[in-house]
Unconditional design. Sequence first.
Length: 324
Amino acid sequence: MQTHNTGNNDIYRRICKEVGLYKKHMVFPIFVQEDGMEILAIKAMPEMRITPLSDTISQVQKILDAGISSIIIFGIPKQRDEGGGAYASNKNGIVQRALSMIKGNFGNSINVTTDVCLCQYNFSGHGGVFKDSCKVDNDSTIEILSDIATSHAEAGADVVAPSSMMDGQVLSIRRSLDKHGFKKTKILSYSVKYHSSLYTPFRSATFSNRCNYNKLNKSSYQIAYTNPKETMREIESDIREGADMVMIKPSMAYLDIVYMIKKIFKFPLAVQNVSGEYAMVKAAGRRDWIEEEQVKVNSVVSIKRAGADRIVSYFAMDIARYLD
């Protein structure tokens, strides 16, 4: 296993500074689950952990101590259903309680984004509710997503991030937030979520043993990587519907698209360095097939160089040591 080479610190700091990468650009993902649930190691994501609700404050303090002031929360609920995701919008839900604790303890010193989706709340692992047991019902799903986003805003979310890839989700959420008095709550839309197996380590963490996540097929509502025109249409649509920032994921195989989006739209853009990308670097690093620290820096710097304004990455706390 590799050890961290402190002699390269100055080199990495210079590289990050050359592309204008700073701590303020980084967002660290955290997984929060109910107390009393079995804490399963994330085998495919070494050094990442699932945080019990009671440990949330100490985990966020570590993130702040590393110099990262933005997080995105993914909730792992104890209760699930296939029909309506009622628990996902419940004020006593896992994300809602985590939010209240975090904002109550840290206030504006931490910027909190929440994932707004049904994946973790459905037995199937899909991002929406089903119509006739065979097709995701877009219209019913966006109503539920709007309820979830509003409940997150009520609990203190600074930003809500709809990731279900449903048509019209941004407009529906914006209307719901405004109606309930949350006009200042921002929307970070997962506008371009490519159909990819690079999400599998994330699914292994959040779905545990409840579905065959290796064979989960979301191609009917995620985007084919061969179609950049559809990508641009999705971005344009979300901007028009009221998104404050748009996101693309995965990252490394799509940096040409990141560059293209930034050139065409000149709109705030986030990019997610996803779990599979993290897992590959960690696996190769542990076998001494690559110089892990160098590849981590290269990965994140490349995303910034391509045009990202914010970078959601499991490497965020590691990279922070090189950033101002």
